[in-house]
Design a protein around this ligand. Sequence first.
Ligand code: NAP
Length: 354
Amino acid sequence: MSERRSTAILGASGYIGQHFARLLADHPSFEVDVLAAGDRSAGQPLGDVWHLTEPPPATLGGRTLERTTPARLARQGVRVVFSALPSGTAGAFESECARRGIAVFSNAADHRMDPGVPLLVPEVNPTHLMLLDRRPRGRAPLVTNANCSTTGLVLGLAPVAPLLGIRTVHVATYQALSGAGHPGVPSLGIMDNVVPFISHEEEKMAEETDRILGRFARGRVAPASFPVLAHCARVAVRDGHLEAVTVEARRRPSLEELVAAWSSFDPLADDGLPTAPHPPVEVRPERDRPQPLKDRWAGSSPRSRGMTVVVGRIRWTPPYLRFFLLSHNAVRGGAGGSVLNAEIALDRGYLGAE
Ligand SMILES: NC(=O)c1ccc[n+]([C@@H]2O[C@H](COP(=O)([O-])OP(=O)(O)OC[C@H]3O[C@@H](n4cnc5c(N)ncnc54)[C@H](OP(=O)(O)O)[C@@H]3O)[C@@H](O)[C@H]2O)c1
């Protein structure tokens, strides 16, 4: 990776936007030139609206958040945007950026199911990047990551899916407060409580898992064809979505084969992508792991902290495989996932020449 591309963060004052700022402040390939926000935060320095537990990056904390448009970003020479805009707002803005030749890596749901847009988890479905080969001339790549709970699920399933022959997936989630953004859920509604409803989450887990685990052939993605039956609940945890997964399997591999498949899974081992964790899935043997408090920051390097999905409590009573997994919703399931998407797109030649 050579010279850094001029980059904007959209929604930089929000929970995902601040993780973008943290991850991109000293990135070898992307140089943050614009921090964009909505009416609430525009005009203020990023440091004044900062709400992550670690301090803002020294190079960005004093920079002022601004309102912007795709036309203005294009005039400024911005080449790449990382989008943490709310769904609804994101769709038209991101399309217009791509139309003007600015590559988009988005967290928002608006374009996830567009047939020509890769819904990407790089270790799981890198071939889906080839959807970009059919985009109109002059249009820049638009790539999305999945919903935060789907990302953890597909990383937990992908290593063992070929061995199991999945018939059905049941999943119950225990989702962190930060999944609802900042300031998020009112404290009196969640303290001493569990809320068994997250709008559209169960539907997204089903359709996005089918798409990501689907096969790319002849220029399109054929979705996987097993049902994903999800229960999604909000719990009083700051970061990290825990998921209880039950897979009904067609085949009967041994438990040792399953653990070996998870432990040896590292499809990006040789790609040198800065934010890729090695391994992307870690198996914990303890009887009480994974836990949000202990495992949310799993990763193999300072840059990939929070990018490893942790699997544990594995029970194999054929045809049912049961396990828990934990994934940092705002890092692996959010900003870090988008940064990794951009790194693989750059590596595979989709961001053009300098
Ligand atoms: N939180 C997660 O764990 C997570 C994980 C995966 C995906 N996502 C997705 O990522 C996106 C961002 O989520 P978040 O949790 O970071 O939300 P958030 O904390 O509410 O942040 C939203 C950001 O968008 C800006 N914004 C709001 N309306 C705008 C407008 N009309 N024009 C321009 N900017 C506007 C806000 O700026 P102001 O400060 O000025 O209002 C803020 O910077 C959403 O699409 C969400 O679904 C979130």
